[in-house]
Design a protein. Structure first.
Length: 126
């Protein structure tokens, strides 16, 4: 069962400026920071812990024609790893392509694309 919204991952031009902006405007607090093959990332969490805004940089080729930031993916929370695996099995059985379950710092995840190519993720806490 889907529990609710987990996080949104935004592609931004300046990690530090964006992290500061979301901290001031939404009261979000940084809980993780690092780098990956595509650039830098930072995770910002609401003080209640109910949602996360992820920020990441990306090569200019991955922005839209105006150079504006994009949404990288939307993520919805599930109860636990077993629930995530069952959802993935059900999605695949419905004929929808789904990536393998993978581990990140604070969660287990599975991703698939909507009809327009937007990446949708299901996330189980560790």
């Amino acid at each position: 069962m889907i529990k609710g919204f987990s996080h949104v991952q935004l592609v931004v031009r300046d990690i530090d400026a964006s992290a500061t902006w979301y901290g001031v405007v939404l009261g979000l607090q940084e809980f993780t920071r690092g780098s990956f093959d595509g650039g830098e990332y930072v995770g910002l969490r609401s003080p209640t812990g109910r949602f996360v805004v992820g920020l990441q940089t990306t090569p200019a080729a991955n922005t839209d024609a105006s150079g504006a930031p994009m949404i990288n993916h939307l993520s919805f929370a599930v109860e636990n790893l077993a629930d995530l695996e069952q959802h993935r099995t059900d999605i695949v059985a419905a004929g929808i392509a789904a990536g393998a379950v993978f581990e990140e710092a604070a969660s287990w995840n599975a991703r698939f694309c909507d009809p327009d190519g937007l990446v949708v993720e299901l996330t189980a806490p560790k």
